[in-house]
Ligand binder design. Structure first.
Ligand code: PEP
Length: 326
């Protein structure tokens, strides 16, 4: 089975009404959950020397604003995936049923935040884009059973699939068999991979999917490069469901024939008379051959026919049915 949540990131650009629209869009798209990157104080996250300091400063919401957004998500039946960018963001866990805390790859070095996340005991999604195996192992030892999902994929405004190396999914499944592997696609919004790479990831064993959502795909806002419309998210959900139901089926039923496979199988060559056979003839191998014929219920094994006697006349090229022998 698979699970998909939409990512809102800083696409809201500090406009709470826009963020609320994204929540409603996530619901409409059929997502299971919605991810919020929560930063309540710019100075806990960005240096004043960072080029984005001034713009991001205006994109931070207070805890009370976040409460409004979290309430709306909960009312709409969406699971909340919280990406805390500062410690204060974790206060929301006490008030809302946060399903997962998602740790951004940039926070791997923030030991104080990581310690505070550990104390919450909330199940964790760990973003592993740009991280080495050793770094992932170190964090998995630190969080122990609290760590549930390793998320492959990173934002490169937008990301090329060749750079993501989806084969990591297979490798991580081998190395961490008790964890689920997820895929956060950041292909360009107008690239066919924005849909199909999720299918590839599912076939490689990923079960958790993250996708940036936009109200108007392609309109320039923060993080618009890989944010897709409600319709495209719906299509991803549809494709994942199709794969779950029709491709990654339980292997114990893989050889139970469907009606169309049974019809295909019944098209096989059957034993027919090489020449006309008269009633009373003892059938020999020389009198018989196998050919395609669109009648059924004949023999498919020549040795079940050899040595039997025809009780009716059998035309050249006709099947030898059970009723025509004794
Ligand atoms: C938007 C980003 O985060 P995420 O990959 O968690 O969506 C980002 O890294 O720029």
């Amino acid at each position: 089975m698979s699970y998909l949540y939409v990512e809102t990131a800083f696409h809201h650009e500090g406009d709470i009404d826009y963020l609320k629209e994204l929540v409603i869009a996530g619901k409409e798209a059929g997502a299971d959950g919605i991810k919020f990157q929560v930063l309540t104080n710019i100075d806990d996250f960005l240096s004043t020397k960072h080029s984005a300091y001034n713009s991001l400063k205006d994109y931070c919401f207070s805890l009370s604003h976040w409460r409004e957004v979290f309430t709306l998500a909960t009312q709409n039946g969406l699971d909340i995936i919280l990406m805390p960018l500062n410690e204060e963001a974790l206060a929301l866990i006490e008030e809302f049923p946060v399903k997962y805390i998602d740790i951004h790859s940039v926070s791997f070095s923030d030991d104080i935040l990581l310690e505070a996340i550990k104390e919450t005991g909330t199940p964790i999604i760990l973003g592993v884009g740009g991280r080495s195996i050793d770094e992932i192992i170190e964090k998995s030892l630190f969080f122990g059973e609290q760590l549930k999902i390793l998320m492959v994929g990173f934002q490169s405004f937008p990301s090329r699939l060749e750079d993501i190396k989806l084969g990591k999914i297979t490798k991580l499944k081998e190395l961490f068999p008790s964890l689920e592997i997820g895929y956060a696609d950041h292909s360009a919004f107008d690239d066919p991979f924005a849909i199909s790479s999720n299918e590839y990831a599912r076939l490689l064993g990923a079960t958790i999917f993250e996708k940036h959502i936009a109200i108007e795909e392609g309109v320039e806002r923060v993080d618009f490069q890989s944010a897709v419309s409600v319709e495209k998210i719906k299509e991803i959900v549809r494709c994942l469901k199709y794969i779950n139901q029709n491709i990654l089926v339980d292997t114990s039923t893989s050889f139970t024939f469907t009606q169309s496979e049974l019809s295909y199988r019944n098209r096989q060559k059957q034993i027919v008379a090489k020449e006309e056979v008269k009633v009373g003839t003892l059938l020999t191998e020389e009198m018989l051959t196998t050919k395609m014929i669109d009648k059924q219920l004949g023999f498919t094994n020549i040795y079940e026919v050899v040595g039997k006697t025809a009780v009716v006349n059998i035309d050249k090229d006709d099947i030898i049915s059970k009723n025509s022998l004794k």
